[in-house]
Design a protein around this ligand. Structure first.
Ligand SMILES: Cc1ncc(COP(=O)(O)O)c(C=O)c1O
Length: 342
């Protein structure tokens, strides 16, 4: 991008509906990956018997590249996202993309999309996707021998419509978000499993999201991790196989320690969440690449609507959020080496 090229404003279109001009794709067949091809975004064609269309052999990632204050675009924690994609592929018995190959594809798409990366709070959302393509409807209990990996990108603004606003969550204590052990996999099947209870809660209770807490122990929402925050502490469920190990969660916990918060990773019960919300200084938030850190202003539980703290945007949540967004735009040092040039 030359200094004369205008920087696009953050898009107002809904998150995920705009795409840049360039993607990268590569095919796995005969036991080997081919050469990734960088080219225009265009439809793929699949045989109707493709494994993914029948047996759900699909996983993806979501990461962002941000335009820094110096106008340079940098990718945030690519290594962690590539590692998680490889883990998802492994659990789904899909061919595992080599670290270097996927990393290079992400960088090439980011570089090719440079002029389309908006200024903060916008960013470039990158969506690596892996699907099984074997043409075989008899392969219900067999892995796909062929696969397609691609990296798509799009300029994004806020994930939740209306910008930063306190979100309302319904607490669900019966249904889990997904099946045990599959929580760590970023597979489309997990999202569709959470869809029906989420739609029902939105319609019936007017909430934004559902906080899944089967048996009274908190997991996460449909697309973000959950944290309790106050002036001195950040409390969040300890990692287990039931929920996605968010890169944003990990980043925020490290920054929280740097900011002087005590971080507690342990079981978090619904009773504790409710008691926390009833405190005047209690804060709660959702965290994720898309959500960044979004404050939670209200919980709906057992038919009762409970404001979190004063129901507004908590100052400590915002302090934590700013530490992360400042890092995204290289406003200060990058002590953990999380930013990489494409
Ligand atoms: C189910 C779920 N949990 C948590 C997260 C947060 O993960 P990350 O911070 O790596 O984006 C996501 C987001 O992408 C998600 O879909």
């Amino acid at each position: 991008m030359t200094s004369a090229t205008p920087i696009p404003a953050p898009p107002t279109a809904p998150f995920g509906t705009l795409f840049t001009a360039t993607m990268s794709h590569v095919v796995f067949e005969d036991g080997a990956w081919g050469e990734p091809i960088l080219g225009p975004v265009q439809p793929f064609s699949f045989h109707p018997a493709a494994h993914v269309l029948h047996y759900g052999s699909a996983c993806f990632e979501g990461l962002k590249a941000h335009r820094g204050l110096d106008n340079v675009v940098r990718i945030f924690r690519a290594e962690a996202h590539v590692a998680r994609m490889r883990q998802s592929a492994e659990v789904l018995c899909l061919p595992v993309p080599p670290q270097d190959m996927l990393d290079t594809m992400i960088r090439e798409v980011t570089r090719a999309s440079d002029a389309e990366v908006p200024a903060e709070p916008g960013s470039l959302y990158l969506r690596p996707t892996l699907v099984g393509t074997e043409e075989n409807v008899g392969a219900a209990a067999a892995p796909s021998v062929s696969a397609l990996l691609y990296v798509l990108a799009g300029p994004v603004g806020d994930y939740f419509s209306g910008g930063i606003r306190p979100l309302a969550l319904a607490i669900e204590t019966v249904q889990p978000r997904t099946t045990p052990t599959f929580g760590v996999v970023k597979s489309g099947a997990n999202y569709v499993m959470a869809l029906r209870p989420t739609l029902a809660a939105k319609k019936k209770l007017g909430v934004d999201q559902v906080l899944f807490a089967p048996g009274g122990t908190v997991q996460e929402t449909g697309a973000a991790n959950f944290m309790l925050i106050d002036a001195g502490r950040v409390v969040t469920p300890a990692l287990n196989d039931n929920f996605l190990h968010g890169v944003t969660r990990d980043s925020l916990l490290r920054l929280a320690v740097d900011l002087g918060f005590v971080v507690e990773e342990r079981d978090v019960t619904v009773d504790e969440v409710i008691a926390w919300a009833r405190r005047s200084d209690g804060e709660a938030a959702l965290t994720g690449t898309a959500a960044v850190l979004s404050p939670v202003g209200k919980l709906v539980y057992n038919g009762e609507s409970i404001p979190v703290g004063d129901g507004g945007i908590g100052e400590h949540s915002m302090r934590l959020r700013k530490a992360l967004t400042d890092l995204h735009i290289a406003a200060g040092p990058d002590p953990y080496g999380w930013l990489t040039l494409p």
